[in-house]
Design a protein around this ligand. Structure first.
Ligand code: PLP
Length: 390
């Protein structure tokens, strides 16, 4: 892998995740672990408004520290941490769009993002067109003079489809649109959208970046002027994270590189094992040669990810029965942590759609999303096997 950021040629990603950029190097006497500063207020000089530190402004010590690390990991000029992934998407898009503007968004996005765009943004007078990213020239055909941005998510939750950013970035650069990429499923270990023409990166840090199922958070990465605009939105819309959430995120990031690589390897082994089992009508994992986007994933990603999806041949009933029989792997809605989790999107992110609509999005009943954790892969496969034969 090349050095990860032109501004940090001396540090590779695993080093940046632990130490942050070189400019954050500690002085003699500094603690090795950056301390938690659980303070809302900071003493100011009298007679001036300068130097106001306040967690809702995104400038308290733990936020600033982890923001520098996140910017370095994605190769951006700056980053902002927020109180959830949805908060990150909302504030980033509010910084880009005004009433009367038009947004082009992939129809393959997380259910909460879809609701934000179709219910909230349209009520604010922002027109949103959902685009099928597999259609030829899909984006170009739908651009209008009011279009300001293209929003995509890749790899896609929960289908594990992978989009090729490069042709979309070619279009956004040509006509001056912002390309916003939700890269939650990949993390910067597997994918850095700014290197492939993206302008803004969104993460739900709740997932792989923190990685321990104990923090809810989000992040936006981009140019310094844009991140300042997002910060201005966060200051008044109020999605700032608590210092302890920032501290936990910084702690989680220290193991990001090893965690994601182990999850990638476990997921590949599980996907290959599942592909040979008749109980599954389909196994969706970008690392499998059978995956429709395998070639895009091979060329554009550094790792195929810790997420996969299984489609039970027996449909929804079989999926629920299978999940009930699992004993090590737990049934829970989130993803990207050390524990392996499964869920049925028909009850979570896709619950608001009809079975036909779900199927048309590649999520038929019987679809089980697997977030592969860091357990021994033999134990995980053993659990899947006993649940299938139980
Ligand atoms: C791809 C993606 N983006 C955004 C979000 C929202 O993140 P959060 O739950 O941290 O608000 C999720 C949550 O599952 C997600 O999967």
């Amino acid at each position: 892998m090349p050095p990860d950021h032109p501004d940090h040629p001396e540090r590779h990603l695993a080093t940046l995740a632990i130490h942050g950029p070189a400019s954050d190097a500690p002085a003699v006497g500094d603690p090795v672990v950056h301390p938690l500063v659980q303070s809302v207020n900071y003493v100011q000089a009298a007679g001036t408004g300068e130097g106001l530190t306040y967690p809702r402004y995104g400038n308290a010590p733990n936020a600033e520290r982890v923001q520098r690390t996140l910017a370095a990991l994605d190769g951006g000029e700056a980053a902002l941490v927020l109180s959830s992934g949805m908060g990150a998407t909302a504030c980033a898009m509010l910084a880009l769009l005004r009433p009367g503007d038009h947004l082009l968004a992939s129809r393959w996005v997380y259910g909460g993002t879809r609701r934000l765009f179709l219910e909230e943004f349209t009520a604010m007078g922002i027109d949103v067109t959902l685009v099928d990213p597999t259609e030829t020239r899909a984006w170009r055909k739908r651009v209008r003079k009011e279009t300001r941005a293209i929003f995509v998510e890749t790899p896609v939750n929960p289908s594990c489809r992978v989009l090729d950013l490069r042709p979309i970035a070619y279009l956004t650069k040509e006509i001056g649109l912002a390309l916003v990429v939700d890269s939650t499923f990949a993390s910067p270990v597997n994918f850095r959208p700014l290197e492939q023409g993206g302008d803004v990166v969104i993460h739900s840090t709740t997932k792989f970046l923190n990685g321990h199922h104990d923090v809810i958070g989000g992040a936006v990465v981009g140019t310094a002027p844009f991140i300042e605009e997002v910060r201005q939105k966060m200051m008044v819309w109020g999605q700032a994270p608590d210092p302890f959430a920032c501290w936990l995120l910084e702690r989680g990031l220290k193991t990001l590189d090893v965690r994601v690589k182990r999850a990638n390897e476990n997921a590949r082994r599980i996907a290959e094992w599942c592909e040979g089992r008749p109980e599954f009508a389909a196994v969706h994992y970008p690392g499998l040669a059978s995956h429709p986007d395998h070639e895009i994933a091979r060329v554009t990603l550094d790792g195929y990810g810790g997420m996969l999806a299984l489609v039970m041949a027996g449909g929804g009933e079989a999926a629920s029965r299978f999940i009930r029989r699992l004993s090590l792997i737990q049934h829970a809605a989130s993803l990207g942590g050390v524990d392996t989790l499964v869920c049925e999107p028909r009850f979570t992110s896709h619950a608001h759609l009809t079975p036909d609509e779900r199927a048309s999005q590649g999520v038929p009943d019987g679809f089980v999303r697997v977030s592969v954790g860091l357990e021994d892969v033999g134990d995980l496969i053993g659990d899947l096997e006993q649940a299938l034969s139980g």
